[in-house]
Design a protein around this ligand. Structure first.
Ligand code: PEP
Ligand code: CO
Length: 445
């Protein structure tokens, strides 16, 4: 029998070693009494859109920080992230004619899986940083002690972020007539920004044309508002379970910490706690899959997570690395297709293409990122399946964390503005560059 707590008796990976379990229990109780962050009707609405992506009638753009930060947080940063995601969506929609579902890695993307329990910082061996919802990223043993109270702070920051996102997406800022204002100054001066400006002018002309034809654009809600949904990796189940509530209308439990959640590559063990938790909630869910995923295993994942075969419920996010995608992905797609499981295929071109530069920065090359997406499209085109989306790590800020792009960032430039607390993110210019190139792939598809 599944319950929001049935995962507790199973082996669980990637959880902190809480020093004070009594405190943890108090915090979980407090979280369970707090209002939900999202509403069941919104989740239902998103599920409907995702069902379309599953049928090849929409494309999913999932994007945001690797890890949100408690310290590096402001209204402007949220706004800038939204701007770049809206810009990317406009480029993708306008160029390809396919509706784009906008899903942020935001308002809850705090917990991080780590490959090792310890890491060396300035020559000192410290417990690994696991995301601000768990511990601090500072270089002292004290900072690294897991503190359950951080979950309350993560909840409130998520709530504030969501509040702002709702205002920005429903209150006029996201009106299509404002496409120009989403182009930030440092982006507008670049090649990608100029290319965006040309497209924005075309949109203006199209809107003017429609207005001249007598269409009342001011009353057209779909031009003035944007649907923007939130998602995160539901890694820390002590946070997710208390925010999971029974929804009478749909007769299911919903994790109301976000509209959609995903299982990471390191916690997708079939007999593990995460699979159990995900199998019983009604939200749209996703599962990452790296090069070690086998055809048998991926079918078992589908059976476990979507036994009723609901289109749009399950997204499989491949993150193979540019060199692996052509070899590893086709067998997985064939197995899932043969088993008759409806899934959305998405590509995370970030996590299989990470390396450490000669000068010591964890980075990614935009060319490798794009090469993996191109491989993903190639494989789907050969098999006749729909490349349903991309999943990327980006920021709206002018950072130098990934190399490449038309305004080429080299390894030597990385220390100029390397601000991430976890993985390297594409900056706003690189993100737009990526969107233009994915749009070309979508048109060809
Ligand atoms: C992530 O999305 O930040 C992540 C850790 O991914 P993965 O589980 O695919 O490694
Ligand atoms: Co990451």
């Amino acid at each position: 029998m599944w319950t929001p707590d049935s995962w507790r008796s199973l082996p669980i990976a990637q959880q902190p070693d809480w020093p004070d379990t009594a405190r943890l229990e108090i915090v979980e109780k407090e979280l369970s009494a707090l209002p939900p962050l999202v509403y069941p009707s919104e989740i239902k609405n998103l599920s409907g859109h995702l069902a379309k992506a599953c049928k090849g009638e929409a494309f999913v753009l999932q994007a945001g920080d690797c890890a949100e930060s408690f310290d590096d947080y402001s209204a402007n940063m949220v706004k800038n992230k939204l701007k770049v995601i809206l810009q990317m969506a406009v480029v993708l929609t306008y160029s390809s004619g396919v509706p784009v579902i906008k899903l942020g890695r935001i308002a809850g993307q705090f917990a991080k899986p780590r490959s090792a329990a310890y890491e060396s910082v300035n020559g000192i061996n410290l417990a690994s940083f696991r995301g601000h919802i768990i511990n601090g990223d500072g270089p002292t043993a004290q900072e690294r002690i897991p503190d359950p109270t951080r979950m309350i702070k993560a909840y409130h920051q998520s709530s504030a972020t969501l509040n702002l996102l709702r205002a920005l997406t429903k209150g006029g800022f996201s009106d299509l007539s404002k496409v120009h204002t989403w182009n930030q100054e440092f982006v507008a001066s670049s090649d990608e920004g100029q290319r965006y400006e040309i497209l924005a002018h075309e949109i203006d002309r199209a809107l003017n044309f429609m207005a001249a034809c007598g269409i009342d654009l001011k009353n057209e809600e779909s031009l003035q508002q944007v649907n923007f949904w939130t998602s995160h990796e539901a890694l820390l189940l002590s946070y997710e379970a208390p925010l999971t509530r029974y929804d009478r209308a749909s007769k299911t439990y919903l994790d109301l910490s976000a509209h959609a959640i995903w299982i990471g590559e390191r916690t997708r063990d079939l007999g593990g706690a995460h699979m159990e938790f995900f199998s019983g909630i009604g939200n749209p869910i996703a599962c990452k899959m790296g090069p070690s995923m086998t055809p048998e295993e991926v079918v078992a994942v589908c059976e476990k997570l979507n036994p009723r075969r609901i289109p749009g419920r399950l997204t499989l996010v491949s993150r193979m690395g540019a060199d692996n995608v052509d070899v590893k992905l086709p067998r997985l797609i064939k197995a899932v297709t043969d088993a008759g499981h409806p899934v959305i295929w998405s590509c995370d071109p970030m996590h299989g293409n990470t390396f450490v530069s000669d000068n010591g920065f964890k980075t990614r090359n935009l060319e490798a990122v794009i090469a993996e997406i191109a491989g993903f499209f190639r494989v789907h085109s050969a098999l006749g399946t729909w490349p349903g989306g991309i999943h990327v790590e980006l920021t709206g800020e002018d950072v130098t964390e990934c190399i490449g792009g038309s305004y080429a960032i080299s390894e030597e430039d990385l220390d100029t503005a390397y601000n991430t607390i976890c993985d390297p993110r594409l900056n706003a210019r690189q993100s737009l560059d990526l969107a233009h190139r994915v749009a070309e792939l979508l048109i060809k598809n």
